[in-house]
Design a protein around this ligand. Sequence first.
Ligand code: NAI
Length: 505
Amino acid sequence: MTALPPSNAVAVIGAGTMGAGIVQVAATAGHTVYLFDTSSEAVDKGIAQIEKFLARSVAKGRMDDEARIAILGRIKRCNKLEDLAPAKLVIEAIVENIDIKRSVFGQLEDILSEDAILASNTSSISITEIAAKLKRPERVVGMHFFNPAPIMKLVEIIRGLVTDEQVAEIAYTTAQAWGKKVVHAKSTPGFIVNRVARPFYSEALRILQEGGADIPTIDSCIRESGGFRMGPFELMDLIGNDINFSVTKSVYDAYFQEPRYRPNLIQQEQVAAGRYGRKSGQGYYDYSEGAIKPEAHTADAAPAPTEITVIGNNTLLAPLIGLAEAADIKVNNDPADDLSGFMIEGTLVLLSDGTPASELTTVLEKPIVVFDLALDYKAASRIALAKGDQVSDKDLAKAVGFFQALGKKVSVIDDCPGLIVMRIIAMLANEGSDAVYQGVTSPEGVDIAMTCGVNYPKGPMRWAQDIGLSHIFAVLDALSSFYGEDRYRTSPLLRRAVIAGKDLV
Ligand code: NAI
């Protein structure tokens, strides 16, 4: 199915944050774009936003002035909905209210030609429901852009129950022709990104709630070990805790109180206190002038070991072995063991498989320290460790000294199952697997959505594959047995892949 040619006009309804960005994207791709908003001030503001963006692009040499003038010339202000009649594709980006959206789409059906596509940029309303009472529900599709639309690469194309396949395909190829990374998704609450991302926040909140680690330590580990641009609390403060809490509640309710999406009391308290984040000057962090950002827990210097034994043959740990050799630590090998980690002077330092260090210490009858996952063990500047409750500080210091000798800062956290990065990645991969299992999208769709929609350093499906699906399975199983909660049940897709020895991506 070919994309809508630039000679076909596009219309955008709503000139707010998203609408203005979408107008810019479509006009830059060569379409004449009709823009309508009930507020003429909103149109003024939206067009001023586009002008500012384009002027900056010219100043930075990304665009010549001729192109800037041509793009602005293609944007047509409209005073009434009837003026949108020539458009072959209308993208609605108005207030998030089902009744208002339905009414606008109903009016549009009488104004536009029968073959026009009616797209909604909604982030939380069912496309099926928006389309339900229209004359041509099959012409309705979701085109979910991300903020800021001219910069964020992702567009989710959402198919409602009766969306025509060809309509979804035209929307897909058109967004692609506009330079976007595009994924298909079935109309389900949260679509892909707003669903799969839930554990990024909810598991961080859970770790905090249980005293596993403090806010700056969780954020620092996610950034410095996990390779994410921002930690969960930093990101919630940026999004706004009120918005994040309301998205969490809406996804939770839309899935009929699915425990995986349950909001956290900590969020509720933040919102109740008016601690919305950056915009209110206080959230999980203090943004007032002169406020000092609290630091992550970082362990004091401990002596480096002279000799270690590598346990097992997990290739994930190869960069750590290279760093140990470079640090002049003698490296012995015990590849036959099915554990993954290091023996350091009688203390076993193991890659977390979700089992708490206390439990491992009892089962293996050795002092155990577990360490967290890193996106790239060579590049990671910080590693989280946890010791068993029965393990001495002296034994812990052996693990601390080892990672410090490899150039890492060490955060010692409480013995919470899966630590921080491993737990969050396992839960993201589990959520992605469930979305695939329920036919929302493909494994590749999950990865494109999360890397292009929210800038994850690696797609959770690919990441799980690289860690080893059986390892991810073990982490989830350990979480499930530790908490005994439905929230940590393994996705059937992941379970089947592990049993069959198959890949997910
Ligand atoms: P906004 O509040 O910035 O803009 C909405 C605009 O729609 C306003 O200018 C308002 O005057 C106009 N409007 C309201 N009712 C109208 C009507 N009946 N006819 C014409 N214009 C009308 O909102 P924003 O943030 O741009 O969101 C718009 C849509 O995009 C919502 O459905 C939202 O869920 C979705 N969305 C928002 C994202 C975000 O980060 N802000 C991201 C992705 C989707």
